[in-house]
Design a protein around this ligand. Sequence first.
Ligand code: NDP
Ligand code: ZN
Length: 351
Amino acid sequence: ALPQVLSYAAFAADKPLAPFTFERRQPRSDDVSIEILYCGVCHSDLHSARNDWGMSQYPVVPGHEIVGRVTSVGDSVVRFKAGDLVGVGCMVDSCRTCSACKDGVEQYCLEGFTMTYGGEDRQDGTMTQGGYSDAIVVSEHFVLQMPDGIDLASAAPILCAGITTYSPLKHHGVGKGHKVGVIGMGGLGHMGVKLAKALGAEVTVFTRSDAKVEEAKRNGADHVVVSSDQGQMDAVAESFDFMLDTIPVQHDLNPYLTSLKYDGTHIIVGLLEPIEPAIEAFNLVFKRRVVAGSLIGGIAETEELLKLCAEQGITCDIEMLDIHKINEGFERMEKGDVRYRFVIDMATLKN
Ligand code: NDP
Ligand code: ZN
């Protein structure tokens, strides 16, 4: 018999998540079977449950910030054994042979990587299902080693929120002497602040919320701009080398572009679609500014980040969530009312 898995799934865009039992695949020789202990709640989970991107196939079991314990491994697995503490992020497979895969940026696999949920298994074509569940089966190459001593629950969001902000900061060479603006103080944003600081940058948070000003400073931000306050926005015109934009809905980029210095780069990681209102060409051309995007990070880079966080004591600020309250969790995330990431305690699934 195939392993039966308990989970919470979205069954339609306009319905709350509800309990769902399904089967994981029979483990293959390169597979690692994992009992899930914790799973972070990413805004992408909400986008997928609500079909914001128009590509959800129901039922969807969300969750791609997965931490758990290995229960068994296939014959050809060499890096893991039963009992190991491991993570699974946003990817569970890729072609493994294209130039992107060979370069360690599997997220840009030329054939398209396999998403942890809402993807199609490359061998049997079944839909992948994510971490709001008590077990998962993943090919060894896409399983991450959790460093010794790291707090498992608060490390879970590193697997998406952490790597999604770290990867572009590294790629663009952010470091000492750079001024970085982080837009939106949510799951990604709060990690963006910590990681940009760890890389040596001077960091300013842009938030809509007066209530987050002091908190952002406690999280290491050097400065905070309340984005609804035009005076505060005007005061930072042409100030930044980089902006890291994590806003999950459509918004006007122009006021943020004018906050960049000449040659500054606006990095979009929030998955708003499409960008509206239009970007004014003058805001780019007259200052040689760049608008860039970035998608999660590669497997090796994610393991590098886990190690860095363990060594430097960088953790995510989390609120533990009972999985039976996932719908309330989604509502609070939509309101920007999470400090700063919900992490589901998967033990609650059995209650
Ligand atoms: P959160 O909901 O945790 O945080 C988003 C923050 O954006 C909020 O805390 C809020 O900050 C701000 N915000 C929310 N709504 C609005 C609004 N209507 N207008 C302006 N600002 C708003 O989301 P995540 O950090 O989990 O994800 C952010 C985005 O990144 C999502 O779109 C997600 O899908 C995407 N994503 C992209 C990835 C990639 O690879 N590129 C990977 C993972 C996620 P404040 O209250 O401070 O204003
Ligand atoms: Zn995510």
